[in-house]
Write a protein that binds this ligand. Structure first.
Ligand code: FES
Length: 615
């Protein structure tokens, strides 16, 4: 097997192993470092610059002409122009990342700066009452704070607090309401957590809301996974047994509590100093988190419980945060188009797109949003779990041992996560394998693995020898022989796996086709296709187009934007004005229900076929 090369990214310290020749931006994406690429990787904008700290990248200065003079000699390179040919250590300045770009865009959006959280602290020193000034405690405090509303329980606590604390202390305010009183000056201590609530994985980021900086990131498997792989399975459980709602809500809240514990331990922060949480998830995840019954999403016409943003007391959810802390859930669009889509549109600024643009978030559910002519139309389509390695004969999640990249020339070259022996196939490996087999002529456009007599005449024996059929005529392609694999068995792509990929791919492709048809657009008219989601980061653009998962657009038009829902949750945590923009977006996004489209089944059937030649 070919040796993989280690690439380390500073300042995050993240590292990946990749095959020689892998694009640096792809390696960065694998490590969760999303470089901004406004020119689509043409090497003209200069925004993706990185500094090579160790390792070699060649001396082709002309490829890096968009860099300032002298930068090349100092080790700077355009990330989009570098291929990994030796182990590398790469410094990625914050301004080269997609996340930084988005924060600048927010700052430039006229909302008065990104750091303007919905929660704030104010230290006050009050004059004690005298005979000449016998105003009430409440009036005295409100005069110092300038017009706030105070909940009755805080009014009740006020007399003792003011007298015990010698008439000084810190007021905690959220959206014009007093939510807490703290002894001494604690204005420098203010934290919040932004959550991406995925059906499979939950990610939390702890922010210092005074500095506006992230302090820790932690993730956990969604505790609901044991109750069903996908949202439909979980909705079904609740429809069958009403008590399952509490079971599922408890599971996600336990997951959130675990993540908060991890974040606090890593950043040495007390959870009582977390005052606000934002969370973006699909409709089912958001509703279960809130304790709202999602049963109506389980049948036509797929009705959500809420569409406007929800702000819930953290105490009601049993989260161990500051007194008065709240949990913000994103507004929802309709059906299965939920808060994660609104958060993604917010982060990608799809509403400000110049020309027709598509946002595709690929997961168990595929969410697709089309921006055109000042409109935003969104739909959701059940792609199933194939992209997560489920229902694939030797499938696995993208974890150490998973084949995540497949290249065929005369040989089979595999990139295995963690530089380990191959143990299984994850979603990107599956896409690569099928795309490469289509190119080699081993699989035809119907998805059939071809028998020997139908294979192209020029196919090398090294590949031909890897094709096998069982007694029932079911084909497979051997990616790694038993002696090379971690399991001691051949690692194969099976005929059944290709059918699963066709189903997953067809659902998304049909969704895209219907949105484009409704808008009267051809794929070629799309100026930009934004690929979002943890999985989207790792898909190779050329292969996604080859299997028809993405429309036939120039590969440079396809941009990775990382976990857009997570970024939207962070922006909403850091900026109350941005959160209001999310609330306004809800009204602008029109929900397109594919189940009502008479041509969906036809589109889906057609989309099951791989394009004849999409390279
Ligand atoms: S120069 Fe524009 S993306 Fe690299």
């Amino acid at each position: 097997m070919q040796e993989e090369l280690k690439v380390v990214f500073q300042r995050s310290g993240r590292s990946v192993f990749v095959l020689p020749g892998t694009a640096l931006v792809e390696a960065a994406g694998r490590a969760g470092v999303i470089l901004q690429m406004p020119c689509g990787g043409r090497g003209t904008c200069g925004k993706c610059r990185v500094r090579i700290v160790a390792g070699a990248t060649g001396n082709d200065v002309a490829r890096h002409a968009a860099l300032p003079s002298d930068a090349f000699e100092q080790g700077w390179r355009l990330g989009c122009q570098v291929r990994v040919t030796t182990p590398l250590t790469v410094e990625v300045p914050p301004e080269s990342t997609f996340e930084y770009q988005q924060r600048i865009l927010v700052e430039d959006s006229g909302h008065g700066g990104v750091l303007d959280p919905g929660v704030a602290k104010c230290y006050v020193e009050l004059e004690p009452p005298t005979q000449a000034d016998s105003r009430s405690d409440l009036t005295r405090l409100c005069a110092a704070l300038g017009g706030v509303t105070v909940a009755p329980e805080l009014v009740a606590a006020l007399p003792a607090f003011l007298r015990e604390q010698d008439w000084r202390g810190t007021a905690v305010l959220a959206d014009g309401c007093l939510i807490g009183l703290e002894p001494d000056d604690t204005t420098s201590v203010l934290y919040g957590v932004a959550f991406d609530i995925g059906t499979t994985t939950v990610v939390g980021t702890l922010f210092d809301l005074v500095a506006g900086e992230s302090r820790a990131v932690a993730s956990e498997m969604n505790g609901q996974v044991s109750q069903g792989d996908d949202v439909l399975a979980r909705i079904l459980r609740i429809r069958e047994d009403a008590s399952a709602l509490l079971t599922l809500q408890t599971a996600i809240l336990d997951t959130i509590r675990t993540i908060i514990r991890k974040l606090c331990a890593e950043a040495d922060v007390a959870s009582r100093n977390i005052y606000e949480v934002t969370a973006a998830g699909n409709s089912t995840m958001q509703q279960i988190l809130a304790g709202y019954d999602p049963s109506a999403l389980g049948e036509v016409p797929f009705v959500q419980v809420f569409d406007t943003a929800q702000t819930l007391p953290a105490a009601r959810l049993g989260l161990p945060l500051a007194d008065g802390a709240t949990v913000y859930l994103f507004p929802q669009v309709g059906g299965f188009v939920g808060g994660d889509t609104v958060a993604g549109v917010l982060a990608a600024r799809l509403d400000a797109s110049d020309g027709p643009a598509l946002l595709v978030d690929i997961g168990t559910n595929g969410e697709i949003v089309l921006a055109h002519d000042g409109k935003l139309e969104a739909t959701s389509t059940a792609a199933g779990p194939a992209f997560e390695g489920a229902r694939i004969v030797q499938g696995m999640r993208a974890s150490p041992g998973a084949v995540e990249k497949v290249v065929l020339d005369d040989e089979v070259r595999l990139n295995v996560i963690g530089n380990a022996r191959p143990a299984g196939l994850c979603g990107t490996g599956l896409i690569d394998a099928v795309a490469e087999l289509l190119r080699a002529g081993i699989v035809d456009s119907t998805g059939r693995i071809l028998p020997a007599e139908e294979l192209p005449a020029g196919l090398p024996d090294t590949l031909r020898d890897r094709i096998a059929f069982d007694a029932e005529g079911r084909g497979r392609f051997i990616l790694a022989v038993a002696a090379e694999s971690a399991t001691g068995e051949d690692l194969c792509l099976w005929q059944k796996d290709i059918r699963e990929l066709q189903l997953a791919c067809g659902a998304i492709r049909a969704g895209i086709a219907i949105l484009l048809r409704r808008a009267g657009l051809q794929p070629g008219e799309l100026g930009t296709v934004l690929l979002a989601g943890a999985f989207g980061n790792f898909i190779r653009r050329r292969n996604a187009c080859r299997i028809g998962l993405l429309p036939a657009v120039p590969h440079e038009a396809i941009r990775y934007i990382g976990n857009a829902a997570s970024l939207g949750a962070k922006l909403a945590l850091l900026s109350a004005p941005v959160r209001r923009r999310a609330d306004a977006l809800r009204g602008r996004i029109q929900h397109v229900d594919l189940s009502l489209d008479p041509e969906f089944q036809l589109e889906f059937g057609m989309a099951m076929l791989f394009p004849e030649d999409a390279d």
